[in-house]
Design a binder for this molecule. Structure first.
Ligand code: GDP
Length: 400
């Protein structure tokens, strides 16, 4: 009986020992896990150990491929603790409407010699041959061109003869009318900048380096942003080291992306192609492509521009080719215009630096030479100093 009792006691102790061991094992397992698991919100305090789960929990939110590629979607540990960097301020450019009126004083300042000189001559009275020659010289000096000068002088002579007056107000009226006719207000000066047939407008900007081409692309982006257009810039001037940086800076200021190559001397046609492709993918309204102009000879220029054009056209028609000319370069500028016109179908002219020249007559001569309108004018180095060309405001400024 006592033997049997001992047997039961031994079995009970055995069971208790086994149960106790199991309990201790379980407690250890929990305790070990809790030490290596990151505390909530402090994931970086404890480094993951070998064998820790590499996979995210099944219910973790999924990230897209773009997210995965983007380094700034997940804040770095230091960043999450540091003060956030201030977001870049996006500028709101000045509306294009009325810009020429605002800039009229600059135009008048540099071109007053033309208007005032003419008015003084014409209202002097008793106009003899010598006086008419002086009128002609004044007009030629303003780069109006021989043909337009002859037309203008013939018209004025006829009016003076018929009306028999040299009253200043009357003469000013005649001059205004004749100059306006030469500038031709009937030309379509709109710049293609809207989507059509489900694709963005493509604008190619060409011209010799130094004329203000890159600056013009930047300023034009601002004009278009002010009109609520979605713009993409293409930095295809890959020859000038700083050109892409310069363009990107213009773009960043108004929140416009720039497609560029990080390599100097990259194929400009490839960059232009990528820019147009990106514009289509982003469903932009317009893609502005800056091109190189520093070429040593005409053949090089022809070849490169022709290639850029051809490569873009594999993807999209080109809606606008803007030729940038420096108004201060006179006849030289006109020769450049002819060379470019042989390579690409120029659809509009941008005359820069009109604020620094008394040769406003170039507006008329370049339009006549190329048969395309001046669409925009540059009147200063400020970001909003590019204005849509307005014939009436222009002629009024000449006669101020
Ligand atoms: P690019 O080599 O043709 O691309 O020429 P940039 O765009 O670099 O411009 C050359 C210089 O011309 C820069 O100093 C510009 O600020 C200046 N510039 C451009 N447009 C105008 C303008 O309308 N008026 C004045 N005064 N300067 C201008």
């Amino acid at each position: 009986m006592i033997d049997q009792l001992w047997e039961w006691v031994v079995i009970a102790i055995g069971i208790l020992v086994v149960l106790g061991g199991l309990l201790v094992g379980l407690m250890r397992g929990r305790g070990g896990r809790s030490r290596s698991a990151p505390a909530p919100g402090r994931g970086t305090d404890v480094l993951p150990g070998v064998g820790d789960d590499a996979e995210p929990p099944r219910d973790a939110p999924k990230r897209s491929v773009q997210d995965a590629g983007s380094v700034d979607t997940l804040p770095a540990p230091e960043e999450s603790l540091a003060t956030p960097a201030p977001a870049p301020t996006i500028e709101r450019p000045e509306s294009a409407r009325g810009r020429l009126t605002r800039l009229r004083a600059r135009l008048a300042r540099s071109n007053s010699a033309l208007g005032q000189g003419l008015l003084a001559l014409l209202s002097r009275g008793g106009l003899d041959e010598e006086a008419w020659e002086e009128v002609e010289d004044t007009l030629i000096r303003s780069d109006l061109g021989v043909e337009a000068t002859t037309e203008l002088v013939d018209s004025l002579r006829a009016k003076v003869k018929v009306e028999g007056t040299t009253d200043e107000a009357t003469v000013r009226g005649w001059l205004r009318e004749d100059l306006l006719r030469l500038v031709d207000p009937s030309l379509d000066r709109t710049v293609a900048s809207s989507r059509a047939q489900g694709r963005p407008a493509v604008v190619l900007v060409v011209g010799v380096n130094g004329t203000g081409k890159t600056t013009t692309v930047g300023k034009l982006a601002r004009v278009l942003v002010a009109e609520d257009k979605d713009v993409v810039l293409g930095a295809a001037d890959t020859f000038r080291a700083a050109a892409a940086d310069q363009l990107e800076t213009w773009g960043t200021r108004v929140g416009v992306p720039t497609v560029r190559s990080d390599r100097d001397g990259a194929d400009p046609a490839a960059v232009a192609f990528d820019a147009v492709k990106a514009g289509a993918e982003m469903e932009a309204d317009v893609v502005l492509v800056d091109t190189a102009g520093r070429l040593h000879n005409k053949v090089g220029l022809m070849d490169e521009l022709a290639k850029v054009k051809r490569v873009i056209e594999k993807q999209s028609p080109i809606d606008e080719v803007l030729l940038v000319l420096d108004a201060t370069t006179g006849q030289n500028g006109l020769r450049q215009a002819e060379v470019f016109a042989q390579v690409v179908d120029v659809t509009g002219i941008v005359l820069t630096k009109l604020d620094g020249t008394a040769k406003g007559g170039i507006v008329v001569s370049v339009q006549r030479k190329l048969g395309v309108p001046v669409k925009l004018v540059g009147l200063g180095e400020g970001p909003d100093d590019l204005a849509p060309f307005d014939p009436e405001a222009f002629v009024d400024a000449l006669l101020d």
